[in-house]
Design a protein around this ligand. Structure first.
Ligand code: RB5
Length: 148
């Protein structure tokens, strides 16, 4: 799979670890930054990865910040993004099966590297179940269409 990854300064080390991990699983990873430890603004990277996912440049995205929350909120402002913060394996497979999340977000201050890898693998290996779940996703995107 083609996977886009983005992060702020709080998650630089975790990003490097997860990028290597995904490449070891055979995925092609595009890194949208940041790549320095200098304090930066997570909305920049959330938006970059969100747009890359919606345009089809990558198949899905991984976003990382201190909690995973700020960067996922930013990505979710891009129409078509369904970014889900996960800090456990069960949520990680359910956000793909039920919500067809096209971005998974995690917090480097919340999960350690080994747990993050397990979460990521559960997300990447899960499959969307469709059916009634697709109806609900369509309803979510109808909300975007009603935006003023
Ligand atoms: C940066 O200090 C921190 O606010 C950010 O990484 C993230 O946790 C925001 O949601």
């Amino acid at each position: 799979m083609k996977i886009g990854i983005g992060n702020d300064h709080a998650a630089l080390e975790l990003k490097r670890e997860l990028k290597d991990y995904m490449e070891s699983l055979g995925h092609e990873v595009t890194d949208y930054g940041t790549n320095t430890p200098d304090s930066c603004h997570y909305p920049v990277y959330g938006e970059r990865v969100g747009r890359a996912v919606v345009s089809g440049e990558v198949d899905c995205g991984v976003l990382l910040c201190g909690t995973g929350v700020g960067i996922s909120i930013a990505a979710n402002k891009v129409d078509g993004v369904r970014a889900a913060v996960c800090s456990d394996v069960t949520t990680a497979h359910l956000v793909k099966e039920h919500n067809n999340a096209n971005i998974i977000a995690m917090g480097a201050r919340i999960v350690g590297g080994e747990l993050a890898k397990d979460i990521l693998r559960a997300y990447l290996e899960a499959e969307f179940l469709g059916g009634r779940h697709q109806t609900r996703i369509d309803m979510i995107h109808e909300i975007e269409a009603r935006k003023e």
